[in-house]
Design a binder for this molecule. Sequence first.
Ligand SMILES: Cc1ncc(C[n+]2csc(CCOP(=O)(O)OP(=O)(O)O)c2C)c(N)n1
Ligand code: SF4
Ligand SMILES: [Mg+2]
Length: 347
Amino acid sequence: MATPAAPSPKKINRIGLEPVAYRGGKTTLCAGCGHNAISERIIDAFYEMGVDPTRVLKLSGIGCSSKSPAYFLGSAHGFNSVHGRMPSVATGALLANRTMLGIGVSGDGDTGAIGIGQFVHLMRRNLPLIYVIEDNGCYGLTKGQFSPTADVGSRLKNGVVNDLPPIDVCALAVELGATFVARSFSGDKKQLLSILKAAISHRGTCMIDVISPCVTFNDHEGSTKSYAYVKEHDDPLNEISFVPFFQDISVDYEPGTSMPVRMHDGSTLVLRKLEESYDPTNRTEAIRTLHDANRRGEFATGIIYIEPDGMDFLTMLNLVDEPLATLPLEVTRPPRAAFDAILDAHT
Ligand SMILES: Cc1ncc(C[n+]2csc(CCOP(=O)(O)OP(=O)(O)O)c2C)c(N)n1
Ligand code: SF4
Ligand SMILES: [Mg+2]
């Protein structure tokens, strides 16, 4: 009798979890929506980096995009907040527990319209948070109206033409002080995965604008956020290799054409220049490059700006090591005698 084949070993990551531990609920978004592809990459990135999902805080506002956190990391802590108000909820939550890894998912409407005030202050604070914009140039959930990232001349299905200039959320983030700014495309698995893994290693605000076509309302000819248009006009600035701190591999790179960036957690990001002489550590150059690409009707993708050693908001506040959320009552509440002393001083 033939001996039965030994079962193949289960695929696990460095903390012993299987990929299924990183999945969430079944998506209720339209089949083919770019947002679903982004959830898949988030699942892959957190699995490959061996992040404990129970130590993750996932947040969002309102929109099809903001429903996405329900579809990844089912055992993480989640908060689906109010339209455009996720940044303040994230700030409060991370202040209460600085040991959590925060990821927020927003939409171009959620961020660029009702939430623009909150977005601006989040970018200048450098809160340690991965902030993903699932950017389809429209309000998908409310049936496809133009959002503030829609390009001039872009057309709705019913023929209406957008004649307002767009907000470039990447240029805005760079200008305001975000320390990790990237742009990608939901259809570019490799690039988006590398960017997300690097973002997990960064300490500070990671603003990642992902062009994510809305197949139901904004994927037709005449739209500049359709799969066909984005594929045709994607202009990558760099090719990204990422070596996490737990892989003991020495990184080979050609000086002049590649640039290694040492991340906060000891990982290495190697950026091979595709655009001649592009330096992603130069803020002014980043903004100029984004303006040039916009003028040509192209999307500059990749790591647009990176400052690996910038001071983050929580460090700046000089918080105690123990998370505020778990400090015992005896520490957070002054004793009766202290209150009495204050009252006595005022009588
Ligand atoms: C205070 C408030 N105003 C307006 C709305 C209606 N609304 C819901 S989602 C949305 C826009 C969503 O667009 P976006 O953020 O781009 O997400 P998408 O659906 O395109 O992924 C709007 C205007 C709301 N829910 N709450
Ligand atoms: S309406 Fe558009 S954005 Fe919303 S789920 Fe469908 S394809 Fe995605
Ligand atoms: Mg949208």
